[in-house]
Write a protein that binds this ligand. Structure first.
Ligand SMILES: [Zn+2]
Length: 147
């Protein structure tokens, strides 16, 4: 039992789980906000044209009630959420790129005799054991300072 509790607390306190929980809570409250926006603002404004709150519109179809107003309200809701999530994902991707810009990998050094990749500081090829010429130093040594 002790082990179980320990495992569970390790799982629950991992960064990913906490982040996920925060995301779900923020998402839920945001969903409520968008619901309120469509239900309390957009739907009444659309209702101006029908002189009725838009999401209460319905048709009687052979005794069956089809509340198309509520459906269209949910549809608007969905599009607002989809748009916001799209913008959010775009922003996150952009931020991620700025933090770690994908740099082009430097060309690997190759042995001139066997054309195998070797370490850039190697003095002898570990594939063919040839003695290698001095590696081309990219950062030239600083010129001696005059004292
Ligand atoms: Zn070699």
């Amino acid at each position: 039992m002790k082990k179980f509790i320990k495992e569970f607390s390790e799982f629950a306190l991992k960064g990913n789980v906490v982040n996920l929980a925060v995301g779900i809570i923020i998402g839920a409250s945001f969903q409520a906000l968008v619901n309120s926006l469509t239900k309390d603002i957009i739907s009444p404004v659309l209702g101006l044209f029908t002189s009725k709150n838009f999401d209460t519109l319905y048709v009687d179809f052979f005794g069956v009630t089809i509340s198309y107003g509520a459906f269209i309200t949910n549809l608007i809701n969905f599009f607002i959420m989809a748009f916001v999530i799209f913008v959010l994902v775009k922003l996150i991707n952009k931020a991620g790129e700025q933090i770690s810009p994908s740099q082009p990998k430097p060309e690997p050094r190759k042995c001139p005799y066997c054309i195998q990749e070797i370490d850039k500081t190697a003095t002898r090829c570990h594939h063919c054991t040839s003695v290698l010429p001095e590696p081309a130093s990219e950062s030239a040594e600083e010129p001696a300072k005059a004292i």
